[in-house]
Design a protein around this ligand. Structure first.
Ligand SMILES: Cc1cc2nc3c(=O)[nH]c(=O)nc-3n(C[C@H](O)[C@H](O)[C@H](O)COP(=O)(O)OP(=O)(O)OC[C@H]3O[C@@H](n4cnc5c(N)ncnc54)[C@H](O)[C@@H]3O)c2cc1C
Length: 436
């Protein structure tokens, strides 16, 4: 009889791990609390067409994802396109793509614009991050680009995203973000070129599900939350679902964010204390469907005291999506703790505030452009990687025999990416099968 593995979470990591296990002859049951597959890479169907709940783009450095996409036979669904980035600073939009744009970036002194450009180029070619691990991004960036350039470009991005933690974010983590994006540039004077799948993450998730469903050794349980991992004599034996059903297994992989995982297990001693020390932020992402483009940018960084958010992602300027029949998608992400009053806001409060802000950014914008609007929320959507995070990265093998975890904290110094999720899925399966 072949061994059975339960995977908690049907996000990309969970379903990619399921695929790897099936390839090796294991029986797999994937359980997810949500009614849909995909987790943070899930989609919502609008007028019969799937769109990402959270925007997703691919960089040339996302090698594990690109390889996986090929392996799934989705190569013809992956396209690359140049896409513009700009910065909205105190009432003015500055293109932010080429060295010429940088030289015309008047909000910072000339010498700091040059230093900024040199820093991006150096980060692009830098390979090792260990030397940056213990340093906070703020002093590192100020030292490299200068105080005014930091305050104009980096401070608003870090402050709005990480709130109280913004001064402690690891320099290695920021370096990787600069590195990943800057290596997507095709030429010095061109725009960055990003990848996207035909119907976003839906294309990926659907293909993985097709592959999984073809195996009789696979089962999927949706809309049912795991409430406990049952442990006997130091070994993980089963999961208990909220409705009381128990599912037995030889091994268990949890792919849910660590704060969720910690609710499923008894105290895990020092290992658990380390997990509990990692901070997470929730995300609230507002999507406006517009009947015309808001701008010609894919990415617009925002630094203006009248606007609460720090960026807009207009995904249809990367992937125009013929199937949306002329609609344009504008994503506005916002990260926060659960104790931030905005976390309790009704959707309408976000719409009202953001519509006013969009009018500040583009005075031509008016409510008539909006043909649809949505808000999506997820708790623990972003691990906060503080300086020294390399010492905190949790091992995938837990102290409980047969119990493994994956979490975005293990991507460090990489930020959350689908590519890192796919990589982690393969790594955890390798570890587990080696142990069995
Ligand atoms: C706003 C935003 C933008 C992003 N942009 C990009 C991008 O541009 N490019 C890119 O590559 N990546 C991007 N990402 C990151 C990418 O979406 C994630 O790295 C990836 O989806 C994580 O997958 P996962 O399976 O590890 O986790 P998750 O997607 O979080 O999946 C975990 C699953 O566990 C389930 N679960 C939790 N608790 C339980 C329980 N008790 N019982 C059962 N199930 C449970 C959840 O319902 C969830 O489905 C973005 C993420 C966000 C939030």
């Amino acid at each position: 009889m072949c061994k059975k593995v339960i995977i908690i979470g049907a996000g990309i990591t969970g379903i990619a791990a399921a695929l790897r296990l099936l390839e090796q002859g294991y029986r797999v049951t994937v359980v997810d609390a949500s009614p849909e597959v995909g987790g943070l890479a899930g989609s919502v169907i609008l007028d019969g067409v799937p769109i990402d709940r959270y925007y997703h783009f691919i960089c040339r450095e996302d090698r594990d994802l690109i390889k996986f996409v090929k392996e799934l036979g989705l190569e013809d669904k992956l396209s690359w396109r140049e896409a513009a980035t700009s910065c909205f600073i105190n009432g003015k939009v500055y293109p932010f793509n080429t060295p010429v744009d940088l030289l015309k970036f008047y909000p910072t002194p000339f010498s700091q614009r040059v230093r900024f450009g040199i820093h991006v180029a150096a980060s692009q070619f830098r390979k090792s991050w260990r030397g940056l691990d213990k340093i906070a991004a703020k002093p590192w960036l100020i030292g490299r680009v200068g105080m005014l350039a930091y305050m104009t470009i980096w401070d608003p991005l870090l402050r709005v995203k990480f709130g109280e933690f913004h001064e402690q974010i690891s320099a290695a983590w920021i370096w990787h973000r600069i590195h990943r994006v800057s290596r997507s540039r095709s030429s010095l004077f061109g725009l960055n070129s990003y990848g996207f799948l035909e119907q976003g993450c839906h294309t990926l998730v659907t293909r993985i599900l097709e592959k999984l469903s073809g195996s009789e050794k696979f089962s999927l349980t949706l809309n049912r939350r795991v409430s406990k991992i049952l442990i006997e004599q130091g070994k993980a034996r089963a999961v208990l679902l909220e409705d009381g059903e128990t599912i037995q297994a030889d091994s268990i992989i949890s792919t849910c964010a660590i704060p969720h995982f910690l609710k499923l297990v008894p105290s895990l001693g020092l290992y658990g204390a380390n997990l509990a020390s990692i901070k997470y932020l929730n995300v609230v992402c507002t999507i406006f469907e517009l009947d015309r483009p808001f701008s010609n940018n894919f990415w617009l960084n925002v630094n203006d005291p009248r606007v609460s958010f720090n960026g807009i992602v207009e995904t249809t300027n990367l992937n125009p999506r013929d199937d949306l029949q002329g609609k344009n998608l504008l994503y506005i992400p916002y990260y926060m703790n659960s104790d931030n009053p905005r976390w309790g806001w009704m959707d309408e409060a976000f719409f009202n505030e953001y519509i006013s802000a969009l009018k500040v950014i583009n005075p031509e914008f008016n409510d008539d452009w909006i043909v649809g609007r949505h808000v999506f929320r997820d708790v623990n959507a972003q691990a906060v990687c503080l300086a020294g995070f390399s010492e905190v990265i949790p091992p995938m093998r837990t102290p409980i025999h047969g119990l493994y975890i994956t979490d975005s904290a293990q991507y460090y110094p990489e930020d959350r990416t689908l590519s890192a999720s796919v990589r982690l899925a393969s790594s955890v399966v390798k570890l587990l099968t080696g142990d069995l």
